[in-house]
Design a protein around this ligand. Structure first.
Ligand SMILES: [Cu+2]
Length: 258
């Protein structure tokens, strides 16, 4: 049922999203072909040569009404039985913070700021007055919860096969956080915490091997035209093994102590 031309699937829910996308697109293909076939039929059947005089009564049977009603009902079924349940699953079945890798992503013109809570699992306080070139999220390092926090720019590293729970927000305008292969897309809105989650199932390295492209990266794209530099707002999602994730965190913690 998948529709051709979609990106690789690299998250647990990607096949469900593609199934719904496939249902929608294939049903639109059927409608498109059927409507144009009917249009062509009408052009030939009711050409001037065959009907020199107009019929002022038009159609007397009601079958076209039934066809349109059937299309409307099938679209309602598509919405109620497939699309809304999938949407509900994405926004209401968030993983618990205990089992998930919890990260804050703060969008700005034109970068993705990444904020990990560190070993204590608690995000440090952030303050707009502390925002500076070397502290883009305004993290308060004097706050006990903030001392061990890890920050990164345009590089989001997560372990494979565990839920990732992202608290998404923005510093300036509306951005849209997009991970194509994970089938994730969520607007980042200033002053609002939008949770978004997924379970990555294929590491970056495995995807490189699958595609035969040694330079492949999962891209973090912005899907909102957020300003003149929108085209260069680009981050990378690095999906790694548990072991590599632990050593990434250890390495970052090490550089904090220096
Ligand atoms: Cu943007």
């Amino acid at each position: 049922m998948n529709f051709p031309g979609l990106p690789q699937q690299a998250s647990a829910h990607a096949p469900q999203i593609d199934f719904v996308l496939g249902l929608e697109h294939w049903s639109m293909v059927v409608l498109f072909v059927a409507f144009f076939a009917y249009f062509a039929f009408v052009l030939v059947r009711f050409r001037q040569g065959a009907h020199p005089r107009a019929d002022y009564h038009g159609m007397r049977s009601r079958w076209s009404l039934y066809v349109v009603a059937a299309i409307a009902i099938s679209e309602a079924v598509l919405l109620a039985a497939f699309e809304l349940p999938e949407w509900n699953d994405r926004i209401n079945n968030l993983p618990s913070p205990e089992e998930a890798t919890v990260v804050r992503v703060v969008a700005e013109q034109f970068a993705w700021n990444i904020h990990y809570p560190g070993p204590d699992g608690v995000f440090g306080r952030t303050d707009v007055n502390l925002v500076a070139a070397d502290n883009p999220i305004g993290l308060d390092r004097s706050d006990p919860a903030g001392k061990d926090d890890i920050t990164a720019i345009n590089q989001l590293t997560v372990p494979v096969n565990h839920p990732v729970l992202i608290h998404l927000t923005s510093k300036d305008v509306i951005h849209s956080f997009t991970l194509y292969e994970m089938r994730v897309k969520q607007d980042a809105i200033p002053g609002t915490d939008s949770p978004v989650w997924f379970v990555p199932t294929i590491t970056t390295e495995q995807m490189r091997q699958r595609l035969g492209k040694s330079d492949f990266e999962y891209e973090i794209a912005c899907s909102q035209l957020c300003g003149l530099g929108h085209y260069r707002m680009r981050g990378f999602l690095n999906v790694v093994s548990d072991e590599e994730y632990r050593s990434y965190l250890a390495q970052e913690a090490q550089s904090l102590r220096r």
